[in-house]
Design a protein. Structure first.
Length: 66
């Protein structure tokens, strides 16, 4: 007997907007990106969450707030 679980996560960019401040690595502008993630089990949506992530526009590094 074999049981196969088909799970997956899909991410989609909802919006982009400029954020205040500068990148600590290169001094570039920071962009706030809202990302919506969907957790699926056998193509049925189980969980939806929206996260805000910050990226530099020049060096494309992900910035973490502390």
């Amino acid at each position: 007997m074999c049981i196969v679980f088909v799970c997956g996560e899909d991410e989609r960019v909802v919006s982009r907007q400029p954020a205040p401040g500068a990148c600590p690595y290169c001094g570039g502008l920071i962009q706030a990106v809202d990302v919506e993630s969907h957790w699926n089990f056998c193509f049925l949506p189980l969980y939806v969450k929206t996260k805000r992530r910050y990226y530099c526009t020049i060096c494309n590094s992900r910035l973490i707030l502390q």
